[in-house]
Design a protein around this ligand. Structure first.
Ligand SMILES: Nc1ncnc2c1ncn2[C@@H]1O[C@H](COP(=O)(O)OP(=O)(O)O)[C@@H](O)[C@H]1O
Ligand SMILES: [Mg+2]
Length: 312
């Protein structure tokens, strides 16, 4: 018998556009013999209509193509829990925790996972309040919305004169702003998939942007020259990276699947963040890692759904 699968798409976050691209890629990849697929759009404004529709549908399982905001921060997961509807991926606590970069870094730090030094400010804080601390931490710094995604609102400040604009830009997306020490290293990423009794880490991948710049919105979704390929780091280092990715997934209480963003500088591996609902577009890392790892994106979705239905 076919499984009734509901794909949630849209939402109110800045990543709404990305969500539609994720949905397209899911539809193109999914095994059509196995699922009756329903697309349910979550509107920009708060509304109960889509919730009523969801209750009517009463699907066997939900695959959320929502990214950022209420889709990723545990709110939608809480609703699904209340309705008794199964869903793929992390639950309420870990969604909320991972969406808050500063808080998730605190948890990782206390579990001896290396993360970049940072200073958390409010967007309306006067410069005098944080300038000295940032100078002491040392430039360049990466300024980001604390609860952002898709690299929106992120910029690099090389010195004090650039800090103000960077804070203003990040402030368009969140009232809390994280100023992080810039790690000048190689960007890598690693998907983690939960199996019955273990965590499987997909291949470590190197991310190379066209101009060597950071992995910004363009590089993520538009630029065909962004290269994501099997890492060329030595095997011992890849083994260590996989252990760190697993540990991050575990201490942040994730389930199902996730992506751990990291930067390697010399021998040191820093975790940048863990995405509990990473992009699923044709350009995104989970589908790409699934392909380079040989199972394909459709195959990965099958496995995740099978596991999730068995878990309950
Ligand atoms: N501390 C850092 N040092 C160097 N580059 C960084 C740092 N933090 C973020 N970046 C760059 O910015 C990108 C987006 O940052 P990230 O914290 O993952 O935000 P988002 O949630 O928007 O993906 C990273 O993939 C990386 O290229
Ligand atoms: Mg990221």
């Amino acid at each position: 018998m076919k499984i009734n699968l509901c794909i949630l798409v849209g939402g109110s976050s800045a990543e709404r556009d990305v969500s539609f691209k994720s949905k397209e890629n899911i539809l193109n990849s999914i095994n059509k013999d196995k699922y009756n697929t329903y697309i349910l759009e979550v509107p920009v404004n708060k509304s109960s209509d889509w919730v009523k529709e969801l209750i009517n549908l009463s699907p066997d399982i939900v695959l959320s193509a929502l990214h950022g905001g209420d889709g990723e921060n545990g709110v939608v997961q809480g609703l699904l829990e209340c309705l008794g509807i199964k869903y793929l991926g992390s639950g309420v606590l870990s969604g909320a925790l991972c969406m808050d970069k500063a808080l998730s870094k605190t948890v990782m730090r206390s579990n001896y996972i290396p993360v970049a030094d940072d200073i958390l400010i409010k967007k309306d804080d006067p410069e005098e309040k944080y300038n000295e601390a940032v100078k002491e931490m040392g430039f360049p710094v990466v300024v980001k919305p604390n609860r952002g995604g898709s690299s929106l609102g992120i910029s690099i400040a090389d010195d004090l004169s650039m800090l103000d604009d960077a804070v203003k830009e990040a402030g368009k997306y969140d009232s809390d702003i994280l100023i992080e020490k810039y790690i000048d290293g190689r960007e890598i990423t690693c998907g983690v998939i939960e199996n019955e009794n273990s965590l499987e880490v997909l291949s470590v991948l190197d991310i190379t942007t066209k101009d060597g710049g950071f992995y910004d919105y363009n590089a993520k979704y538009k630029d065909d020259k962004t290269k994501i390929d099997f890492s060329t780091l030595p095997q011992f280092q890849q083994t260590m990276i996989k252990e760190i990715a697993k540990k991050a997934f575990t201490v942040l209480k994730c389930s199902g699947y996730g992506i751990v963003d990291m930067i390697v500088k010399e021998e040191q591996v820093y975790v940048i963040e863990l995405n509990t609902l990473p992009g699923l577009t044709a350009h995104s890392l989970i589908p790409k890692t699934a392909y380079v790892s040989g199972i394909g994106f459709g195959g990965l979705i099958d496995r995740l759904i099978e596991f999730e239905l068995k878990r309950h």
